[in-house]
Ligand binder design. Structure first.
Ligand code: COA
Length: 292
């Protein structure tokens, strides 16, 4: 694991960065885990989590799934982190799916455990309460697409290829893909992905509403970074409220979802950033949000 920082004010540099680094390493020590397959860096309120198995196109083996769960738990717990970028190491792949070499030898009960572990980790991303932006820098296949689907926003490089090829291996998406993709792009289109297992280019995925924006490969990281920084500098409580209302609200009936929105609206209204944002408008000046 590496904890990177720069000299920007508000970044995790200096004493704060050291404390963060030691807190994270203590957390990992407490969990008897080391990050072998994940990079974790915090800079200017943005945490970047990178799946780091480029020689295996960042395939998700069990160890990587467990490490991602810890990395996202750390991002959730750390107050300095106000937005998260998830990406893959190397230029070729975001994540090329579950690790087929493990899958090939897994018993049915081990496959169920694998499905559950992947689902839990991805659900924790979806309900993180901080915006998670997937920077899809290449293949996002199978579990890689499922991982991206658990993020709140998806941005892709032009060369990225996206699909759910599990059926070609005689299995099905088991990390939430059968559910999240149909909720996102509709049942008929999701079934086409699941049943035929074909890959689509990033531009087509954008047309389908699966990808938010597509960038030239050379611009992807910097463009996603700009968006993440904008979110990190925003009113965190309102942003969390939006995530909770949209994610949890889309999982219940309309009346219940509207009640949820009202409750969250009341909570967010107690924030200092709400006072600042509305006052700044009345005073005809830009708001300065502090994330409280
Ligand atoms: N699990 C395990 N290893 C994987 C992998 C996966 N999902 N995807 C790629 N790899 C490994 C390859 O086995 C190869 O390893 P090796 O060099 O030790 O042989 C390495 O990553 C590079 O992959 P390779 O297939 O040689 O690259 P390519 O450019 O020819 O093809 C893909 C790229 C993505 C089209 C191809 O790797 C692929 O189809 N991967 C599987 C995708 C998939 O079915 N995912 C769903 C899994 S449930």
């Amino acid at each position: 694991m590496s904890v990177a920082s720069n000299e920007n004010p508000g970044s995790s540099s200096g004493v704060v960065g050291d404390r963060l680094a030691s807190w994270l390493s203590l957390t990992l020590e407490a969990l008897h885990m080391e990050f072998a397959n994940v990079l974790y860096a915090v800079d200017a309120g943005v945490c970047t989590i990178t799946v780091n198995r480029p020689d295996k196109l960042n395939a998700l083996n069990q160890a990587t799934i467990a490490e991602l769960a810890v990395a996202f738990a750390s991002a959730r717990a750390e107050a300095l982190v106000r937005a998260v970028i998830l990406t893959g190491a190397g230029a070729k792949a975001f994540v090329a799916g579950a690790d087929i070499s493990e899958l090939a030898h897994a018993s049915p009960s081990q496959c169920r455990d694998l499905s559950q572990a992947g689902q839990r980790m991805m659900r924790a991303i979806e309900v993180l309460g901080k915006p998670v932006l997937a920077a899809i820098n290449g293949f996002a296949l199978g579990g890689g697409l499922e991982l991206a689907l658990s993020c709140h926003l998806r941005f892709a490089a032009e060369h990225a290829q996206i699909g759910l090829p599990e059926v070609t291996l005689g299995v099905l998406p088991g990390f939430g893909g059968t559910q999240r993709l149909s909720r996102l792009i509709g049942r008929a289109r999701a079934l086409e992905f699941c049943l035929f297992g074909e890959r689509v280019p990033a531009a087509r995925a954008q047309e389908l509403g699966l990808i938010n924006r597509v960038y030239p490969a050379a611009d992807l990281a910097s463009e996603v970074r700009k968006l993440a920084e904008r979110l990190a500098q925003g009113p965190s409580q309102a942003i969390r409220g939006i995530l909770d209302a949209v994610v949890q609200g889309s999982e219940c009936g309309l009346d219940q979802a509207l009640e949820l929105e009202t409750q969250i609206f009341g909570l967010v209204a107690a924030s200092a950033d709400k006072a600042e944002g509305t006052q700044a408008f009345l005073e005809k000046r830009p708001a300065i949000f502090r994330g409280v």
